[in-house]
Every structure is written in C-alpha cells, then in structure tokens.
Design a protein around this ligand. Structure first.
Ligand code: DCP
Length: 602
C-alpha cells in the first residue's frame, strides 16, 4: 500500500466573495461578485480593507461569483455590466478593475457610507493581502487534522490524512465511520450526480456552472469495504470534520475531495461544489475517468490538451488512458516524460505525494502597465522599489512566523512578447531591508537592460523572492557576525550575479518545476524502478529536492496564479484578442476575456 493512501483536497467556495462576506455581512446570502481592480489606476493611496468597495457599474470582469449569482446565470469573467443585466440585484465588490479612468457609480444600497469609490490598495497596487491571509488561516485550521498540509494556491490545499484516518478506524466502529462518511453532502464517485458533473468540461465548470449546487442526497458506496476503502471512508470523515472546522472557525465554506492520490482528490473536489465533498474509491476510478473531458486532467486545460485532441483524436480521459506513452510520442503529441504523466493521469495512477508546505514557496509582486509602459531606468527603479517594499513586508512577517528567509531575487519583465526573468542571489538572514531586495532587483535589471534599447516599453514588471532557507533560531536578533553576513546586498558583490534563465513550458509548468515529474506507477504497485526514476529525475517515494530558483507570480495583476510551484487552472499560453488585438502575455494568459475590450477569448 502506498505511504500516503488517504489524500484530501480542499477548495474554498467562491473564495474572494467569501472573504468579502466576512468583512461585510450584508453580502451574505445575496447574489454578489468580486470584480477586478483597475491596474492602471493612478491613485496610489493606501485604502483600508474595511472601506466599502461596492460599485454598481463598470466593465470590469468578475473574478469571483457567489453561488446565488451563479444560479442566476452570472459567470466568472463576465463584465459587470452584462452580469447586472443578467441579475439586476447583483452586488459587485471591487477588488480589481481592469479598465482605466472609468467613472464608478456607487451602489445605491450603501451609498451613504461611501465618500469615494476606492479600492484596497497598497504600494500603488491592488492589495490582495486580505485574501492571502484568509488562505493562510485555512491552512492553519487544516493542520489540526492532517499530518501534511500542502498549500497549492490562494484557496486550494492538499492534505495527507492517512494517519488521522487510521487513528479514527482504530478508535471507532466502522459502522459509525461509514454513517458519518455517507452523511448528506458527501458524495461517492459512482453516483449518478457525480458522473453527470464529471461529464462537464473544465472550461465550463471554471466559469461557474449553473449545475453546481448543493446536493444533499445520500449516495451510497454500496458493497463491502476492503481495508483500503475503509481507510478512505475514514479519511472522508476526517476531511468533513476539517471542513466543518474551517467553516466554524473562519466562516468560509469549502468543498473537498478524498482519494488515494492527490490528482484524484483534486478531481473529486471539483465535482460537487459548494460545501460538499466527493470520495473516490479505487473501484470507482475507471468509471469516473471514462467520460471525463480531457481538459479536466491537470495540465491539459490549454495548449497541451488541444494538441492531444488534434493529434490523437481523443477527447476523454478514458480514450487517452487506452493509449500508451509511445502512442503519444509517435504522434508528436508530447515528449516522453509528459506522455507518461498524461497516460498515468488518464488512468488514475499518477502519484504525486502531498508535501508539507503551509506557506508560499516564493513571494512576488508585479504590475501590468498596459499602454502606459515603463520606458526609463527611473520609472523601472521606482517600481522595483515599490515591489521590494511590498515584498519586504511579507518577508518580515513570514520570517517571524516560519523562521526562514529567501535566498534569491528574481525580476520578470514583459515587453509585449513572452516574459523574461532573471534570478540572482539575495542575502538577508535575520536582518536585511527592503533596500537589499531593491538593490538586488536593480542589479538584475541593469544587466538585463544591456540587451534592450530605450524606450524599454515594459508592459509588466515584477520582482519575486524565493528559495527560502531555514534560519538558525539563535541567529534571531543576532550578533555582529550575523548582522554582517546578513546585510550584504546582492548588488554589493564585486561582480553582479550571473542571470539565470528560467525554463518553462510543458507539463512541468503544471506539475511543479521544483520536482521533476515522477513516473506513473500502476495503482497499488511499488514506486518505479531506479532506472526509470533516474530518467525522470525523481520518484514518488523520493524526497523532494531543493527547489531551484523559482518564482511564481502570485500577485500577477488580473489573473489568478496559484501560489506555489503548481499552475493548476491557468492556460499558460499568451494570446491575442481577436477583436481589439491586445496581446495578453504570460501574466494574463489565464484571462477568459480580453482585459482591454472584454471580448471572450476564443
Ligand atoms: N481569482 C482571480 N483571478 C481569476 C480567477 C480567480 O483572482 N482569473 C481569484 C478569485 C477566486 C479565487 O482566486 O475567488 C479562487 O479561485 P477559484 O478558481 O478557486 O474560484 P472560486 O473560489 O471563486 O470559486 P469556486 O467555488 O468555483 O472554486
């Protein structure tokens, strides 16, 4: 039996809306949505999170939609105007607004409280801290129930609950476990409702399908349960209790999945939302995958999935799973490493262990400037300073809590084509300052700028810090040597750090570049042989290697980028709007509608 046999997956329900609801109770139970912040807004005044941000007009697209609004046909990425036509009672709370200089009419119901229509901003950018902190709090609650808690994005967490399930089985008669595991709202993967949801494409589901609603019927798993299934049913109880704790302690509802692997737990989690969970027993895996649209497999929502469809004519996981990796390679649909993973996923045998990571692997701050591109060193430096200050706030908070510090700094630059990033060392230890981060970023930019001409025409600029190392506790507040070691800025080295190129693309983008793809062992089989592991660079039972320099832009304007090394839902390919021809580079690749004119992505 695999080391981690019981994996849970938690995804918060309409998360930003849920967070806004904790700040403003009048949003509870009514159709509401969070729309985007205007990235070109000039006002850099800091606006407190408690200030009212309700608006009634504007073309901004919606990034989070309450289930009450979804039931009325409002979907994610609709622009606010269209959404209000669809559902006149819709209340829109502004997190980010993509269009420049738009006049905002205030929501009639609360206009008395509003002096000006402002958004939560800090450092001249949308302030997403409120959502990030809420996501962090969720992890902390879940840690009371699981041995390993892996933060996967702002609102998604994978948990290893194997030990907790075992303890529960040992202390409780199985009949009682089963009774609780089959409670209303806990679905089995073979139920008619589940299979119906599993036929919906990821793209449709992601918009906020109308079909998603609370189903409280009991669905029986039926038959006898072997030991592995008993463990999973016990895990379902643990996950359900953990979800209840999140709701009781924080006021957020969430959905869950329980399965023998992380991939299947995530899949299960997305099948019944909101406030429900789905258990995938081994006996249900084949049936569940049979008609599953290909884009529901992790990493196949974008170009890679389309390539498989066009080269092989497969449209479901069942069809893909009937092929071999060689078939994919021969058809030119994937390289060998990716082909093995796709096939394993399609068969439900892909094992990617939960790793304990309760916080972000890297921090980043960035901004889109669109047509007001940054052209000069002065403009770039000023923004690098703002980003460094923002990052520094996060680094110092994080350092207090987790005794760790980043050891590299990365800049990312987009001038209209694909993004370029450069990474160099950073030394801050227990001391340091925002200036050290800024120096490092400026030094990297200077080197990069040698290869480009002014005006730079930079449309997106970002700074990240990552490659965290644990700090010795005794160094805290440290002695003179520690201070000396820790304050040396990246830029003060005699030679500036050699920029490192970042690799990208392919399945690695989706499954984490920190760990090379593990092989796809058959279910219940031991990990793959050494030779294959060596070929693929790591196996499921191997310890994760130290992450290479890696920055995922968790603050990328206007687009949700999961916060660790895994890009889950974002179609990562740049695209050009067919209506206004605005080019959406990597940071905006996940947009479903044009950030400039609002036209749907084709
Ligand atoms: N988000 C974003 N930009 C996007 C999409 C989402 O900033 N293009 C934010 C808002 C969401 C949050 O990330 O609330 C989490 O995204 P999810 O995809 O998990 O969607 P929700 O939690 O809103 O809804 P669901 O209940 O369908 O999971």
């Amino acid at each position: 039996m695999a080391e981690q046999e019981c994996v849970g997956f938690i995804d918060m329900d309409c998360f930003y809306v849920a967070v806004e609801r904790t700040l403003d109770k009048s949003l509870v139970g009514v159709p509401c949505a969070v729309c985007q912040y205007e990235s070109q807004q000039k006002d850099t005044k800091t606006v407190d999170r408690t200030e009212n941000r309700k608006v009634t007009v504007g073309g901004a697209s919606l990034i989070a939609v309450s289930y009450e609004a979804r039931a009325r046909g409002v979907t994610r990425m609709m622009n606010t105007g269209a959404a209000r036509k669809q559902c006149p009672e819709l209340i829109t709370v502004m997190a980010r607004i993509p269009r420049p200089r738009r006049a905002f009419a205030l929501c009639a119901i609360d206009a008395t409280h509003l002096s000006s229509p402002q958004v939560p901003t800090a450092h001249g950018k949308a302030n997403m801290a409120v959502y990030k902190e809420a996501g962090q709090a969720v992890c902390e609650v879940l840690a009371d129930f699981a041995e390993k808690v892996e933060k996967r994005s702002v609102d998604e967490v994978a948990v290893d609950v194997t030990r907790a399930a075992k303890d529960l089985l040992e202390s409780t008669p199985f009949a009682d476990v089963l009774e609780e595991a089959l409670a209303p709202g806990s679905h089995q993967a073979d139920s008619a409702a589940t299979l119906e949801m599993a036929r919906e494409s990821h793209a449709a589901n992601r918009k906020g399908s109308k079909a998603q609603k609370e189903r409280l019927e009991r669905t029986s798993a039926g038959g006898d349960y072997d030991q592995e299934e008993r463990m999973l049913m016990a895990a379902a109880v643990v996950v359900s209790r953990a979800r209840r704790a999140v709701s009781d302690r924080l006021g957020f509802s969430c959905s869950g999945g329980v399965a023998p692997t992380k991939q299947l737990a995530k899949l299960g989690c997305g099948l019944h939302k909101p406030n429900q969970q789905t258990v995938v027993l081994p006996r249900h895996i084949d049936g569940l995958l049979q008609d599953l649209p290909l884009d529901r497999l992790q990493g196949l929502g974008g170009k890679e999935g389309k390539q498989l469809i066009s080269r092989l004519g497969v449209t479901t996981a069942g069809e893909l799973g009937a092929l071999t990796p060689d078939d994919l390679v021969r058809a030119g649909a994937a390289d060998e490493g990716s082909a093995r993973i796709y096939i394993a996923m399609a068969r439900g045998t892909y094992r990617d262990p939960v790793v304990h990571r309760m916080t972000y692997k890297s921090f980043a701050a960035s901004k889109n400037f669109y047509r007001e591109a940054l052209d000069t060193d002065e403009a770039v430096d000023a923004w690098l300073k703002k980003f460094s200050e923002e990052l520094w706030e996060r680094v110092t908070k994080d350092r207090e809590k987790h005794n760790r510090a980043p050891t590299n700094v990365t800049i990312s630059v987009n001038r209209g084509g694909s993004s370029v990033s450069r990474t160099g060392p950073l030394s801050i230890g227990w001391v340091g300052s925002a200036a050290v981060v800024h120096d490092g970023a400026v030094s990297l930019f200077r080197r990069y700028a040698q290869s480009i001409q002014t005006p730079y025409q930079i449309q997106t600029l970002g700074v990240g810090v990552g490659n965290f190392v644990d700090l010795p506790k005794e160094g805290k507040g440290g002695g003179i040597m520690n201070l000396f070691k820790s304050t040396k800025p990246a830029s003060s080295s005699p030679r500036p750090p050699a920029p490192q190129k970042r690799s990208s693309g392919g399945i690695g983008k989706f499954l984490g570049k920190a760990q090379a793809p593990p092989p796809p062992p058959a279910r219940k089989k031991k990990p793959a042989a050494k030779g294959m592991e060596a070929f693929l660079g790591g196996g499921p039972q191997k310890k994760a290697r130290r992450a290479p320099a890696e920055v995922i832009d968790v603050d990328a304007p206007l687009v949700h980028r999961p916060a660790n090394d895994v890009v889950i839902d974002v179609d990562a390919e740049p695209w050009t709007c067919s209506k206004c021809t605005y080019h959406h580079a990597e940071a905006e690749a996940g947009f479903l509608a044009c950030a400039m004119c609002g036209a749907q992505k084709e």
